[in-house]
Design a protein around this ligand. Structure first.
Ligand SMILES: C[S@@+](CC[C@H](N)C(=O)[O-])C[C@H]1O[C@@H](n2cnc3c(N)ncnc32)[C@H](O)[C@@H]1O
Length: 258
């Protein structure tokens, strides 16, 4: 699990928050009473929930002190608490468990998803968004660079840090537990200032485990230079100098049975 830096993460706040807006919009609950944002980060996705469901009692849970500090500063009126979602067990059930761009960091989805479903009231919803970009140059290139001689062993754990299963996996897992399920994918095309901006984006999330596995800043700079070279070959520059950065995401909303 990497150390989170809220400022680095929020450099692309608009792009990172749009999937939370899209996910919250698709939740078919009229007036949920109790909502928790699981892996709330710096509070950007929780603020989306506050707008979408202003009447609800809303909390944000995260394992990172750094992220919770920023969340608390920007929205002191919301209830924030520290917990590891893999072992957390709420005292009362929820109408909505919302988790945007979090569960890819947590292994064993076969156990985690049913566990989260069990914390819902009848007809309550589990709403999840997961990056599903593992066939993209963003991911393929970092795996390739990490396997170069010298870095292969150091970064073995980093290569396992992120994960997402197939739609079919989530459907088979959740359908026996749900009265209804919505599943969809969206490929966002982010418009970036340059190829370097893609690297900058990745520094806020999936690149962190790789950089943290390296011994010093010199090695980290070498790793990033190798990666940038591959991104330059993979992401063409548009006529106006900008770069299109496609990013695919999987969305799941599962409704608990009665
Ligand atoms: C990419 S950020 C997402 C933040 C926010 N939900 C959003 O929509 O932008 C992922 C967050 O998940 C949190 N996280 C990862 N694993 C966790 C775990 N096991 N328990 C609680 N939080 C976790 C991290 O600390 C981080 O703040």
């Amino acid at each position: 699990m990497p150390v989170w830096d809220a400022d680095q993460y929020l450099k692309f706040q608009r792009e990172r928050t749009q999937p939370a807006i899209d996910l919250a919009a698709r939740v078919r609950l009229e007036t949920p009473e109790r909502i928790v944002d699981v892996g709330c980060g710096p509070g950007n996705s929780t603020a989306v929930l506050a707008n979408r469901f202003p009447q609800a009692e809303l909390s944000g849970l995260d394992s990172s002190i750094e992220m919770l500090k920023t969340a608390r500063q920007s929205h002191p009126e919301i209830h924030w608490f520290q917990a590891d979602l893999a072992s957390w067990k709420p005292e009362e059930k929820y109408d909505l468990l919302f988790s945007n761009a979090v569960l890819q960091w947590v292994p064993d989805h076969k156990a985690i998803f049913p566990r989260l479903m069990s914390f819902l009231k009848p007809h309550g919803a589990l709403a999840v968004q997961l990056p599903a970009h593992y066939d993209s140059p963003l991911h393929r290139c970092v795996v390739e660079v990490s396997q170069l001689p010298g870095w292969h062993d150091q970064t073995a754990e980093a290569r396992q840090a992120l994960g997402c299963e197939s739609c079919s996996f989530y459907y088979d897992l959740l359908s026996p537990l749900s009265e209804e399920i919505d599943l969809w994918e969206t490929k966002y095309i982010h418009i970036m200032e340059s190829v370097e901006s893609i690297l900058e984006w990745f520094r806020g999330t999936g690149l962190r485990p790789y950089l943290e596995a390296l011994p010093d800043d010199r090695e980290r700079a070498r790793f990033e230079a190798e990666l940038l070279e591959r991104y330059q070959a993979a992401y063409p520059i548009q006529e106006n100098g900008k770069v299109l950065f496609p990013f695919r995401r999987l969305f799941i909303v599962a409704y608990q049975t009665a």
